[in-house]
Design a protein around this ligand. Structure first.
Ligand code: XMP
Length: 539
């Protein structure tokens, strides 16, 4: 299968390169710089990513491009562009001012295959502290900005290109065109990688990997694990057993509702109630990473216990997707560690199961597309993401039964409200959710979901219980009760997100209903932070 290799030097946006290529139906793989993969005839080109490091540092990440540069098409992005300059006869200096944000790119060589069809002047996104002061040998400039003369260059007589800006981010308005020029024209990829072809390849890979072994899968009711389950079921049928763990931290009625929704899908699902264990292990623990670690460990232990009851169970399948991996990667992985996502912590050695994660390279909207191609019903496909650690990371501070009860009720009111607020046919109301002005729109939610209601139009919503009490007044009585925050975001992949401009009438009615009905809450706030710098979950 033809592919492009993306060599990851650790930039937070490396995975977006992959995403843009897949939008072009080009298959690609992201590999850390220190695990450079074997090159075979399937490899059509190589992209060198950005990095938080400086090429001038002694310990800067390095790759050996001997026998590769000149033979395979290469596109260096940001650090990648500087790396090519530094190592092939050019030079890189510290910028006088660090350059972050928007810039206007002026094409200086309209004949360059990389810039074919790109407007003479277009917006790009810069994020660098170093600048390419002189080009590598045999190179010439193909585009510049007001501050960066060598904003894009190519090396004559070989298919080597480099850009100082990030074509993969939304703010580079013609970035997809540049990546298409590289992948389709310069590398010659045919662009025929689709969800259907992913399914065929994934099924073949699963069969080759597990053979006749038994596999157990942790189902959560979310899109990712459901799609993983249906895919595995297609590949190995009755050799798959799915376990849905009640961790005691689920939303109102979720355990029962989710088990019910799996009934007619042909999956073999076991409901495992481990809520007492989770709640007792979390008792008195307030630190977010500690809570995440405890929850992760207990998930694994619960699976292990159930797996031992299944003869020949050798594999633990998980619905891990790409953003889970990248946000948990740690310095060697290589993006900076932000949070430990519950399902990427690895397995204890004594556990006799190997992990299989068929969706590990996909983004959420790609998973949804694969899910639709597998015939999964829309009700499941369009569910908002819900984190594995569940309400455990939406109760700030320690988790108790009492707090869970309060949060479940408030969350239920908010989510029901979103589902009941009709948007049918009101295009301007949908657009208004992103807020006024295109500048603020970082990304639109999954365009493949039809927005019948507020719930459909947004990426994810939930309520957070804050460890804050405040004074209120109800029926002439003083109250001293908790505060909840409502969170609703628009995103395409969870990597970046913006808060939703929910209609005031909606916020007013949800706030009213929560305060009137949920005992213990006398104040409702709305979270107006984007990611970055905030994250979607509060912990
Ligand atoms: P953050 O809070 O990092 O979340 O902006 C990004 C997306 O990931 C979800 N999330 C998780 N999903 N296991 C998961 O499966 C986890 O441990 C986890 N933590 C966060 C989050 O809900 C959002 O969609």
């Amino acid at each position: 299968m033809e592919k492009i290799l993306i060599i990851d030097f650790g930039s937070q946006v490396t995975q977006l390169i992959g995403r843009r290529l897949r939008e072009l139906n080009v298959y690609c793989e992201i590999h850390p710089f220190n695990k450079f993969p074997q090159l075979d005839s399937d490899v059509k080109g190589i992209i060198l990513s950005g990095s938080p490091c400086s090429v001038r540092d002694e310990n800067a990440p390095k790759v050996n491009l001997a026998g590769i540069k000149g033979r395979y098409p290469i596109l260096g992005i940001c650090y990648g562009a500087q790396y090519l300059a530094q190592n092939y006869g050019g030079c890189v200096n510290a910028s006088i001012a660090r350059e972050y944000g928007r810039a206007m790119l002026e094409v200086t060589d309209a004949e360059s295959p990389l810039l074919k069809g790109v407007s003479r002047s277009s917006q790009v996104w810069m994020s660098h502290g170093d600048t390419i002061a002189c080009l590598p040998l045999g190179a010439h400039v193909i585009a510049s900005t007001a501050d960066v003369e060598n904003a894009a260059y190519s090396i004559d007589g070989e298919p080597t290109y480099a850009v100082q800006f990030h074509p993969e981010v939304f703010h580079t308005s013609e970035g997809s065109r540049i990546l298409a020029n590289f992948a389709l024209d310069i590398c010659g990829c045919s662009g025929d990688w689709t969800p259907a072809s992913f399914i065929d390849t994934a099924i073949a890979e699963i069969r080759a990997k597990v053979g006749d072994d038994k596999v157990i899968l942790g189902l959560s009711g979310g899109v990712d694990s459901t799609v993983a389950g249906v895919l595995l079921n297609k590949a190995i049928g009755h050799n798959l057993s799915c376990i849905f763990v009640n961790n005691g931290l689920l939303r109102k009625n979720e355990f029962e509702d989710v088990l019910e929704s799996y009934k007619d899908m042909g999956l073999n699902v076991i409901g495992a109630d481990a809520s007492a264990e989770f709640l007792s292990a979390l008792s008195g623990v307030s630190e977010p990473e500690k809570k995440r670690k405890i929850i992760g460990r207990l998930f694994v232990e619960t699976f292990d216990r159930y797996a031992r009851r299944i003869e020949n169970a050798r594999w633990l399948a998980q619905g891990t997707i790409y953003p889970d991996v990248i946000e948990s990667a740690g310095i060697n992985g290589t993006a900076s560690k932000i949070k430990s996502h519950h399902n990427v912590g690895g397995l204890p050695e004594e556990m006799n199961l190997s992990i299989i994660e068929p969706l590990r390279s996909l983004f959420k909207d790609e998973v949804r597309r694969v899910g639709r191609a597998l015939g999964i019903k829309d009700e499941l496909i369009s569910r908002h993401p819900f984190p594995g650690p569940s309400l455990g990371i939406r109760i700030l501070g320690d988790v108790t039964e009492e707090k869970l009860k309060v949060l479940r009720e408030a969350d239920d009111i908010f989510i029901r409200g979103l589902r009941n607020y009709s948007l049918d046919g009101n295009k301007s109301a949908i657009e208004a959710l992103a807020g006024p002005g295109a500048e603020r729109v970082m990304s639109a939610s999954d365009p493949t979901i039809e927005a019948h209601t507020l719930y459909d139009a947004i990426w994810q919503a939930g309520v957070i219980l804050l460890p804050v009490k405040s004074v209120g007044v109800m029926g002439d009585e003083r109250t001293y009760e908790s505060t909840v925050a409502l969170r609703a975001v628009i995103s395409t992949d969870g990597m970046t997100a913006d808060w939703v401009h929910l209609p005031y009438d909606f916020l007013a009615s949800v706030s009213n209903e929560i305060i009137n009905r949920v005992r213990g809450v006398n104040r409702v706030c709305y979270d107006v932070s984007s990611k970055p710098p905030a994250t979607i979950e509060w912990e």
